[in-house]
Write a protein that binds this ligand. Structure first.
Ligand code: SF4
Length: 126
């Protein structure tokens, strides 16, 4: 591929990227909302298959640490959704529910509790 063709492709990429950013700013929403993925407005159902498979609990202190040894010991006891790298939009209050809720990148059907936990927990970078 010649340098001139590479330049054109690079220019097209930058133009498309800029157009996408402009469109999002016109819409005025976050990217996930712009593409029809509004934030859930209810708690995640811990009985749903993926939540169950990952041992999700709204209250991390109730996790069966025999079944999920990752949450054992003093280090495990520090693991909560609120300090997980996949917890993206915390600080949400839900009507009729106690505590703080937020979005988890793994679940689209409900919000997770800030004090919750699942076996996919990974430390949020500082
Ligand atoms: S991946 Fe992280 S934020 Fe999502 S449910 Fe598991 S511990 Fe909570």
């Amino acid at each position: 591929m010649g340098a001139d063709k590479l330049c054109i492709k690079r220019r097209q990429f930058l133009t498309c990227g800029a157009a996408a950013i402009s469109l999002l700013s016109i819409i005025g929403g976050r990217p996930t909302e712009a593409f029809g993925q509004a934030l859930p407005t209810k708690p995640l159902d811990p009985a749903m298959p993926l939540a169950q498979a990952l041992g999700y609990a709204h209250d991390a202190t109730k996790v069966d640490t025999t079944k999920y040894p990752k949450r054992q010991g003093p280090e495990g006891a520090k693991q909560f959704c609120s300090n997980c790298a996949l917890y993206t939009q915390g600080g949400i209050k839900l009507a009729g529910q106690e505590g703080e809720w937020g979005k988890c990148s793994l679940f689209t059907d409900g919000l997770v509790n800030a004090k919750g936990w699942c076996n996919s927990w990974v430390l949020k970078p500082a």
